[in-house]
Design a protein around this ligand. Structure first.
Ligand SMILES: [Zn+2]
Length: 415
């Protein structure tokens, strides 16, 4: 039986796994808006990028400034690096990052196939603990340790790896089902064994290659809590991630809050709210340029649609007949105003008149021409940067935090 005080927290990886995916990407301004929306949803942590990748540096530091300013708060921003000292060093040199997930490959297949005989299993553990020690002694506040390909790793070695991480001060152990190989029963048993033995909070990082991603994520979380430790589920908005993707954020929240075996038994972090679901799902869909499937849980166009006679009649009499939850809970149902007449958009070649018109509609007034000209210039650059008409959330963000936006969009390739 679950203990009352253990919780399931969300660590979203849209800005890491989502953007590293083939044919998918986000502009740094879009990544920033995703962080803001995740914070508004009460998500515990955003894995917001790659501290050793140079084109991320300005974006990462600007978002860390937003955290200091209280705008990205209380969400924790964490970077993803490899579990080696040189990556930790570089992350500290390039960014102000205070939270890290450090990653090592743990399966025999990957140790053999990736390191080609240069590193043994024990070497991998040594590299990881060295990186952990270095991060700890250089001011990193929280550290998660990732076992890549954990689902194909021998349990005994995984326990040894997680124990070493705990002994060296890791805050969490991330179990990566990198290939989506687990099923809900195998992951439950494996996580329970690790959590009971090592007593370390566990992150579930699952993939959807067999269509089991949400089921595996919550089965793993249940095992962690049954063993008396906190669970952290890695999600991404609309399930964007490598290959068949990661666990969809909204689906995971729904599964924990609404399923028959979880509701009132396995508690999700109380700060999480579904009310921004529609907003974040539609924004990510727009930013990635990937439509939301019609049958996606909660936010798909058919999630609350009824047509067949018996269903429509039943739903109209009492929505509980055919709906498990209310669309209003997910922030749906607000009428959207669509201009069908003349449209003035703000873009890379906009002039000051059209630009003022756009902002007046958003009820933003500028103090003087100088300020208006400055924001216009940033809006032009932002449009070059995203290559899409800017949406309200982006336009407001640019007007409110022009200096941060400037930093986010600054790129200086190395010589
Ligand atoms: Zn992944």
């Amino acid at each position: 039986m679950a203990k009352k005080n253990n919780r399931i927290y969300i660590i979203d990886v849209t800005n890491r796994d989502g953007v590293q995916t083939s044919r998918l990407g986000l502009a740094k301004l879009q990544k920033t808006i995703i962080n803001i929306l995740l914070n508004e949803m009460g998500v515990y942590q955003s894995e917001f990028g790659f501290p050793v990748t140079h084109h991320e540096t300005h974006y990462l530091n600007a978002n860390l400034k937003l955290a200091k300013m209280g705008i990205l708060k209380p969400i924790i921003l964490s970077g993803w690096i490899r579990a080696i000292v040189s990556d930790v060093k570089q992350a500290l040199e390039l960014t102000e990052v205070e939270h890290l997930n450090i990653s090592a490959s743990t399966s025999k297949q990957m140790i053999r196939g990736k390191y080609r005989g240069k590193r043994s299993g024990d070497d991998v553990i040594k590299d990881m603990t060295n990186a952990l020690d270095y991060a700890r002694t250089h001011g990193i506040k929280t550290i998660g340790v990732n076992a890549e390909d954990a689902s194909r790793t021998e349990l005994e070695y995984l326990i040894k790896f997680a124990s070493a991480a705990k002994d060296h001060g890791a805050d969490r152990f991330r179990y990566c089902d990198t290939l989506g190989y687990d099923d809900p029963f195998t992951i439950y048993n494996r996580i329970k064994a690790i959590a009971q033995k090592v007593k370390i909070p566990i992150e579930l990082h699952c993939h959807n290659d067999l269509g089991l991603v949400v089921a595996n994520s919550i089965a793993g979380a249940k095992a962690a809590i049954d063993a008396g430790v906190d669970a952290y589920i890695n999600t991404s908005v609309n399930g964007m991630g490598e290959r068949a993707g990661n666990a969809d954020l909204v689906s995971v929240i729904l599964a924990i809050q609404k399923s028959s075996g979880f509701e009132d038994r396995y508690m999700l972090d109380e700060r999480v709210t579904l009310s921004k679901s529609w907003q974040i799902a539609t924004y990510a869909s727009y930013a990635f340029g990937v439509d939301i499937p019609i049958n996606q849980p909660g936010v798909g166009a058919n999630a609350f649609a009824h047509e067949s006679g018996i269903h429509a009649d039943g739903a109209l009499k009492d929505r509980h007949n055919y709906e498990l939850y209310d669309y209003q809970e997910l922030g749906l149902g607000e009428p959207e105003v669509i201009d069908t007449g003349r449209k003035i958009t703000a873009g890379e070649y906009s002039g000051i008149k059209g630009f003022r018109n756009v902002y007046e509609k958003l009820e933003i007034r500028f103090h003087d021409d100088e300020e208006a000209t400055k924001i216009l210039e940033l809006v032009r650059y932002a449009n070059v940067h995203t290559q899409k008409p800017l949406v309200k959330k982006e336009l407001l963000f640019i007007a409110r935090y022009p200096d941060i936006v400037k930093e986010i969009m600054t790129f200086t390739p190395l010589e």
